[in-house]
Design a protein around this ligand. Structure first.
Ligand code: AKG
Length: 282
């Protein structure tokens, strides 16, 4: 784990060869304190605003008598959540870790595991889903940005270190979810290190789309909300149209744009997934 953990310093930040090596070897890097206190408060307030993304929240059963609340959208938009996704710190770092070719916003989501009721996510690879969308290469990745501290008690993310190098594992319908083939997961668990990625709000985890990950129910009395932004490469434009975007140019913004933005309500430009389809905010 230690070789994949770094600490952010705004005055010196760049993606170093050590970070790239760790990402390629382990399938992820964890960067501590990547947002400052003002920034995380802003992001949290935007995600919590009942007149913002919350208008599009829905509940998903986990197949184990628990639920997660989710908001999922395509295209970053122009509010605080969109600005964060487009910053050099988020999109630029991800682009560098993914090899430097241009990336675009594939989708973003807010996962709300509420205290006492929050559900599980089965072991899966994100590419297990995205493969079905016509993305030929696993040249995709996500940034996991908790807005609450997350630990074993409130259902932190768990990963199998280096599992992205297994390639894509078959995904099956299991307990109302799409999960990685349990036989493969069981074998992978015998040879790969199982890591509970405990994080503070302000930290970010950058992870490869073939990294096997899961999370437990939240039986604690603390909620666990996380904002996740996923990127695809321009060169990996999906070969078929589906419910997430084809290549759409994304202009990255300076990190300072986050504190300069005060928009938390206007969701113009985003397409939200809602039960029954996609809803465009014109
Ligand atoms: O929030 C979590 O614990 C996991 C979320 C996840 O893996 C997903 O949405 O694909």
């Amino acid at each position: 784990m230690a070789d994949s953990v770094f600490t952010y310093d705004a005055s010196t930040w760049s993606v170093t060869p050590a970070m790239k090596e760790a990402y390629n070897k382990n399938g992820y890097i964890l960067v501590r304190q990547m947002l400052n206190r003002k920034e995380i408060e802003k992001v949290k307030a935007a995600l919590e605003n009942p007149d913002g993304v919350q208008r599009f929240a829905y509940t998903r059963e986990d197949g184990k008598k628990r639920t997660n609340k989710i908001v999922l959208w395509n295209h970053p938009g122009h509010d605080i959540t969109g600005v964060l996704a487009k910053t050099q710190r988020v999109a630029g770092t991800m682009e560098q870790l993914m090899g430097g070719d241009e990336v675009y916003h594939y989708h973003a989501k807010l996962i709300m595991k509420e205290a006492k009721t929050g559900g599980t996510f089965l072991w899966h690879q994100d590419y297990g889903y995205w493969y079905r969308n016509g993305c030929l290469y696993p040249d995709m990745a996500s940034v996991f940005i908790p807005v609450d501290d997350t630990d074993r008690a409130n259902g932190c993310l768990q990963v199998l270190r280096g599992s992205h190098r297994l390639g894509r594992v078959d995904h099956l319908d299991i307990a109302d979810q799409l999960g990685a083939d349990p036989e493969r997961v069981e074998q992978a668990q015998k040879v790969l290190e199982h890591i509970y990625v405990e994080m503070k709000a302000r930290d970010m985890l950058f992870f490869h789309c073939n990294l096997l990950h899961t999370s437990d129910q939240n039986s604690s009395d603390r909620r666990r909300w996380v904002f996740i932004v996923s990127f695809n490469k321009r060169s990996n434009n999906p070969y078929k149209e589906h419910h997430h975007p084809q290549y759409t140019p994304m202009t990255k913004v300076e990190d300072s744009a986050l504190l300069e933005c005060d928009e938390t309500k206007n969701q113009e430009g985003k397409w939200f997934m809602v039960p029954g389809g996609l809803f465009c905010v014109a």
